[in-house]
Design a protein around this ligand. Structure first.
Ligand code: SF4
Length: 615
């Protein structure tokens, strides 16, 4: 049946853990994970709630394919109202934590209220209890995971936790599991910290039972794995080079945002590329990359495990960072590197390590540093105010600023607000490269037009993982479209957004969509789950999820005005590369998109659209 049919409700105020049956009518309409957890959230909280108040809720959820033999079926999501965005937030993570939640017998854990003191949730199959976390408060994510495993004398426990960033409510704090996997975006870690919830530790030994038609599921899962193995991106490019394979590609097409989007090409992109990760360093003769790695059940294995240069200035006196650890992925390498003009691979790895260790989203952190560097360059912020010589390209400044933000010291507190609030504070809100308060990822929408529309309309703020038209506009997946034109992008963005809702809600990794379409996912869901999971149904579910999230955001006070890009992208043409002279054509695409969606010119879903989707 795909689902365990069981929800754990944790009331942190009262200190209670109560099982309840999963609402199967909702599962039939919203599938699982992102979709189903969002349905619970929008049904249970006031959309206008302060994200950091006890009245906000936070839901950890698996999908029907989580924990199964479907490739990449290890994902779980965290759904809440985002601290960074004031919009609905859904952050997705790989690793092994999601599968463990499924193995313990739970589809979803709903956290409500606020604990009077720091606690962690310990789950061992059906047993669930809140435990004192006084000894964990102040510890990093890495120390927390190690301490919990040691105290329970069980190295197989899986842990999701917050570090100091979440405790101190850095607004882009994330929730880290398995040391270097994270529910990274929109400030879900700040919400967890506001509830005095330090960690969730799970041990599950039940496996996954109840697959509806196991022989059919095995055949469908194996067919899906063959498609991934035979595809050049998922079978060769991602395992060998990881997502960072995109660095040179995106730079060459003039879509690599550089120095806070002042430029679209980075002259040192090659130094921080996937290829550079394979090169032997002059200092120790070793490559940065140690091996690739996979999340639970994944046959792609895009993850990177790397070792930093022990002689690098950032770590030469800190041997605790000399071991192999996660990173770099493309988005982090871009945000910490090109966004700030920093071409020092070791410095990026160090900053990424600290983001993992202390629980911060490296995309929002890096992009916020980029905005601070521009304020410094313009003379709006001084060296005395920042505490370092924060010029574009300074690896030293990057390393100092990541330490200050992780520890909540000095100007790090201002960086911890994110770029939108920081730039507004210093009178230059237009210099925040963000949508709905969330910083852009690594694609400049002057060179990839569809991404401008995808960013502007994303329900969780600027994000590449809500409608990754890069697949079509750059890689030709599933069909090639011209990245420099706006024609047809409204339909393309809608199609990617709706399909992504299904991938996310199934419990699989969106990177499968480099090779899979919904037609590859459909037979796996149909064999695993009760009911009708035809293509028509899946397309409807994806569209329903998108409109449900939109309705929440509108009720929260957001409007069409928030579906916008910073003026720079609409008025300052790209200076170099294939997109030279172009700005993003959002103002043309947005009305087309609203129409394609069945929304009014003000971006409100029409009555007929809502009725068609059962909303
Ligand atoms: S493709 Fe990469 S991120 Fe996705 S599940 Fe596999 S290893 Fe994890």
């Amino acid at each position: 049946m795909g689902w365990n049919r069981k929800v754990l409700r944790v009331n942190l105020t009262a200190g209670t853990c109560t099982p309840e049956p999963l609402n199967m009518a909702w599962a039939n309409d919203y599938l699982g994970s992102r979709g189903l957890a969002s349905k619970y959230l929008v049904s249970e909280i006031d959309p206008k709630v302060d994200p950091l108040s006890p009245d906000n809720k936070m839901i950890m959820a698996t999908g029907p394919l989580t924990g199964t033999m479907a490739s990449t079926g290890g994902r779980y999501t965290v759904v809440t109202k985002g601290a960074l965005t004031n919009a609905i937030a859904c952050s997705n993570s790989g690793g092994f934590f999601g599968a463990e939640m499924k193995f313990a017998g739970w589809d979803m854990i709903i956290f409500e209220g606020k604990s009077p003191k720091p606690v962690y949730l310990y789950v061992e199959n059906d047993k669930a209890e809140l435990r004192d976390a006084a000894h964990l408060w102040g510890k990093t994510c890495w120390q927390t995971e190690e301490t919990i495993k040691a105290s329970h004398q069980d190295p197989l426990i899986r842990v999701s936790s917050i570090g100091g960033a979440g405790e101190n409510q850095v607004l882009f704090a994330c929730i880290v599991n398995d040391l270097h996997r994270a529910a990274g975006r929109s400030g879900v870690g700040a919400v967890m910290g506001s509830k005095n919830l330090k960690a969730v530790a799970i041990r599950g030994t039940k496996g996954v039972s109840g697959i509806k038609d196991f022989p059919a599921f095995l055949a469908a899962a194996n067919a899906g794995k063959k498609v991934l193995a035979d595809n050049a991106v998922t079978g060769q490019g991602l395992p060998k080079y990881g997502t960072q394979v995109l660095m040179n590609v995106i730079n060459e097409m003039g879509a690599l945002p550089t120095r806070n989007h002042r430029d679209v090409q980075f002259e040192e992109a090659g130094k921080i590329s996937a290829e550079a990760m394979h090169e032997k360093r002059p200092t120790d003769g070793k490559p940065h990359l140690v091996t690739n790695a996979a999340c639970f059940g994944c046959t792609i294995a895009c993850g990177r495990i790397s070792k930093i240069d022990e002689t690098h200035f950032s770590v030469k006196n800190s041997p605790q960072y000399w071991g192999a650890s996660g990173g770099l992925e493309y988005e982090a390498a871009w945000a910490l590197g090109a966004a700030n003009g920093v071409g020092d691979l070791e410095a990026l790895q160090y900053a990424n390590l600290l983001c993992n260790e202390h629980g911060m989203d490296p995309i929002s952190f890096g992009a916020t540093v980029g905005a601070a560097m521009e304020l410094y360059d313009l003379g709006i912020l001084s060296r005395e105010q920042i505490g370092v010589d924060a010029k574009f390209g300074s690896a030293e400044a990057l390393c100092q600023l990541v330490e200050m933000t992780a520890h909540g010291e000095g100007f790090g507190k201002e960086l911890g607000l994110g770029s939108a609030r920081m730039c507004a504070k210093y009178g230059r809100p237009e210099l925040s490269m963000s949508v709905k308060g969330q910083e852009f990822p690594a694609y400049d929408s002057r060179g990839i037009q569809g991404m401008g529309l995808a960013y502007a309309t994303s329900n969780r703020g600027a994000c590449h993982l809500r409608g990754y038209t890069v697949a079509s506009e750059v890689l030709g997946i599933p069909v090639k479209t011209d990245p420099l034109v706006t024609d047809g992008k409204a339909e393309l963005v809608k199609a990617f957004q709706d399909a992504t809702g299904v991938f996310d809600s199934a419990g699989i990794c969106i990177f499968t969509s480099f090779a899979w379409t919904l037609a590859d996912v459909q037979p796996q869901l149909q064999a695993a789950c009760e009911g009708d999971w035809s293509m028509d149904k899946l397309n409807e579910v994806g569209e329903r999820i998108w409109n449900m999230e939109r309705q929440f955001n509108l009720a929260a006070g957001l409007s069409a005005k928030d579906d916008d890009l910073p003026p720079r992208l609409k008025t300052e043409p790209a200076k170099t590369g294939p997109a030279k002279g172009l700005v993003n054509g959002l103002d043309k695409m947005k009305p087309e998109y609203y129409k394609v969606r069945g929304w009014t010119p003000d971006g409100v879903p029409e009555k007929a659209t809502l009725e068609r989707l059962g909303l």
